[in-house]
Design a protein around this ligand. Structure first.
Ligand code: PMP
Length: 359
């Protein structure tokens, strides 16, 4: 068996310990004689799995008691609509546009009601986070929406915006559980788990209870947050397998020392790569140093043909999925929680060799 260093932006690398545990429990979960995939979501065994996963997540993130945790489906992209339908109670919400995913969330909101962009970094191909200290947020906007870590462009909000008393909603998909966050500063956090937490097909919503509307005329049952919040994410059949794997990843993060330790480890790991990019004569970072993501690191040589050679040669050396998103070009290394420091060091060692050979 030859595992590679997988720099995919998502679905992405998972901790080997977790994969081994899944493999070990595949045929017989805890003496049930079936895998988790084969058991009823109404069984007491699965109830233990989902409740255990939620309890671990609450403890990892210190989620206050007045927040609900929902495991849902439909893609993080569906949450762009769900958020607006549930939280924009007067049909108005304001958005900060820092990349494709923020833009898509904004566009969904525009389909549904009155969404306004209050800041954007489109002028420099989303290579920075705009100043959010004094945004023209409308008095009656229901919330301010941000995509806190921009998977494609490799930026992250260095600090949360001044919401001027408005509810803050954040898409944390590509930074979820990568460092400590103060949940009480948000009205709602949503994240697809396929980057830092588990297999594709599960999204997690953490929402302040008082923001969940009781009555939403015209909104389908499955798109009401209340439906899954009241049912403990078991209104309908959830992605049982995905939730089980998330639970194992939460357990792994606990064993690694929790989010503070994870944050330190991620900062150190990212520094290995950024330090090299800052000194390299061939490679450079595409992102303003004030807002570099610890999770997604785009970089270029400045020569598209050479970028393509790099991606191909790196793959041959066991460093895979380094091709950048088409909107930035070049390369992108996604170095989520489960990417070991050795993986980043191997990448930098390969980049150094490549630089010597191609300068
Ligand atoms: N938000 C962010 C920040 C993302 O990176 C992605 C996917 N890469 C999405 C939303 C969309 O997720 P999904 O594919 O689950 O709809």
């Amino acid at each position: 068996m030859a595992r590679v260093y997988n720099f995919s932006a998502g679905p992405a690398v998972l901790p080997e310990e977790v994969l081994e545990k899944c493999a070990g429990e595949m045929l017989d979960y805890a003496g049930c004689g079936t895998s988790v995939m084969e058991m009823s979501h109404r069984s007491s065994v699965f109830k233990g799995i989902i409740e255990g996963a939620e309890a671990r997540l609450r403890s990892l993130m210190s989620i206050p008691d007045n927040y609900k945790v929902i495991f849902t489906q439909g893609g993080d992209s569906l949450l762009f609509s769900t958020v607006f339908m549930n939280l924009a109670t007067n049909g108005k919400a304001d958005y900060v546009i820092t990349g494709n995913w923020a833009k898509k969330a904004f566009q969904e909101a525009q389909i549904l009601g009155d969404a306004q962009a209050v800041a954007s970094s489109a002028d420099k191909n989303f290579s920075y986070i705009p100043d959010c200290s004094d945004l023209p947020i409308r008095e009656d906007a229901s919330y301010l929406y941000i995509c806190e870590n921009n998977t494609i462009y490799g930026t992250k909000f260095p600090e949360l915006p001044n919401t001027k008393g408005h509810v803050l909603v954040a898409d944390q998909s590509s930074m979820f559980l990568s460092e400590p966050v103060d949940v009480s500063r948000y009205g709602l956090i949503h994240a697809g788990v396929q980057k830092n937490v588990g297999p594709a097909g599960v999204q997690i919503v953490i929402v302040r209870e008082d923001l969940i509307p009781d009555d939403l005329p015209g909104v389908p049952t499955m798109l009401r947050l209340k439906t899954q919040a009241d049912a403990g994410s078991l209104y309908n059949t959830p992605n049982c397998w995905g939730i089980y794997v998330c639970g194992l990843v939460f357990e792994w993060i606990e064993r690694m020392g929790g989010l503070a330790a994870m944050g330190e480890r991620n900062a150190e790991k990212a520094a290995v790569l950024y330090d090299f990019l800052d000194e390299s004569k061939l490679f450079s970072s595409t992102v303003d140093p004030s807002c570099r993501s610890l999770m997604n690191v785009p970089f270029v040589t400045g020569n598209e043909d050479l970028d393509a050679v790099f991606v191909k040669d790196a793959a041959k050396a066991g460093l895979v999925n380094l091709k950048g998103h088409r909107s930035v070009g070049g390369m992108r290394a996604s170095i989520y929680n489960a990417m070991p420091r050795e993986g980043v060091e191997a990448l930098v060692a390969f980049m150094k060799e490549f630089e010597l050979a191609h300068r």
